[in-house]
Design a protein around this ligand. Structure first.
Ligand code: SF4
Length: 342
């Protein structure tokens, strides 16, 4: 089936949403049909797709922000095994939630999820709201997350725009410049062009599996005949590359002080970490290794030392396995015990 360029879907927009008039692409009819058929044949069997339980969809979307599916999957499985329902999460201690999130990074996501679960348990009878205004009022829920929950879990026609959707739609439309209004307008039309759950996941999945950033596999793409970037050979120029903040290099000295199976550690926003310094403090320390770690645009070079630290306010003795720690703290612990470079 070939898609030509006549525009328009004829579908109703989501209730209460404004109609945009910026579209040029043919989002409805055969476009949506081809997209959904491709999705049905190629979709990954992900656990949150088994029942589309709203709580499960919500947890998956929180984990997938800034994180690849393959990375998030084992964390999701452990999290849902421990907190199978929203009520079980709402009743949890923050430290336990953070321990399950440890290694996934961006711990604000876990804190927001817990705070939101507690609000839903208290104000919405433990049921994830199926209403945009109620969802967007929850901590950690923005327009993307609200659209994803409403369309994927509740099958309502709300748009989603994440990095994958931005790339696919920009290429289809041939946008060499940023066009956020056009993106949301197109996503809204797509959400209304078929079963919302299917078309939204289809466009996201296509971005993840076929329309990749560096090497889009256009010959496998079900909608290539509608794609301006494919027709004009401009895939490598679309979407425009966003300027990232310059990398900031930081050198830190981590000191691991162990006594009777416990470590001297400091709290940091709900997590626990070994004390780090920009200059090695006075004392008898032995260097056991060094490691690199990247957090957003910060590149950390960490020299790891062991030895007794003097008294410091706020430091406490902790058993490493009993408190939530980041992957950097785990790297440092490994180097303190076995030495070498990681
Ligand atoms: S034809 Fe190529 S560039 Fe266009 S949407 Fe498909 S994979 Fe992406």
């Amino acid at each position: 089936m070939t898609i030509n360029s006549p525009p328009g879907t004829g579908a109703d927009l989501a209730p209460g949403r404004k109609k945009h008039a910026l579209l040029t692409a043919p989002w409805g009819g055969p476009f949506a049909e081809l997209l959904v058929r491709w999705f049905e044949e190629n979709r990954r069997p992900l656990p949150w797709r088994e029942t589309y339980d709203p709580y499960h969809v919500w947890v998956s979307e929180a984990m997938l922000q800034q994180t690849q599916v393959e990375t998030a999957l084992p964390f999701y499985e452990r999290f849902i095994a421990r907190f199978p329902s929203l009520q079980s999460l709402a009743g949890a201690e923050e430290s336990e939630v953070l321990k399950l999130w440890a290694g996934l990074g961006y711990y604000r996501r876990a804190k927001n999820l817990l705070a939101a679960a507690r609000i839903v348990a208290a104000r919405h009878d433990g049921r994830v709201p199926s209403d945009y205004d109620a969802l967007i009022a929850l901590p950690g829920v923005g327009p993307y997350m609200a659209g994803a929950i409403l369309s994927i879990a509740f099958n309502k026609p709300f748009p989603v725009v994440d990095g994958n959707v931005r790339r696919v739609l920009s290429r289809i439309c041939g946008w060499t410049e940023e066009n956020p209004k056009g993106l949301w307008a197109a996503a809204e039309q797509i959400a209304c062009s078929g079963e919302p759950r299917s078309v939204n996941q289809a466009i996201m999945e296509l971005g993840a599996k076929v329309c990749s950033f560096k090497a889009p596999r256009c010959l496998l793409c079900p909608i290539r005949s509608a794609c301006v970037a494919f027709k004009t050979g401009m895939q490598d120029r679309i979407p425009p590359v966003r300027k990232r903040p310059d990398t900031v290099h930081v050198h830190l000295f981590a000191v691991v002080h162990k006594r009777r199976g416990r470590y001297l550690m400091k709290p940091s926003d709900g997590m626990w970490e070994f004390p780090t310094f920009t200059e090695l403090p006075p004392g008898e320390f032995k260097q056991t290794g060094s490691c690199r770690h990247t957090i957003t645009h910060h590149r950390l070079d960490v020299s790891v030392f062991t030895g007794p630290l003097g008294p410091h306010d706020g430091f406490e003795w902790q058993a490493l396995e009993q408190v939530p720690v980041s992957s950097l703290t785990k790297k440092i612990a490994a180097l303190a015990q076995v030495g070498g470079r990681n």
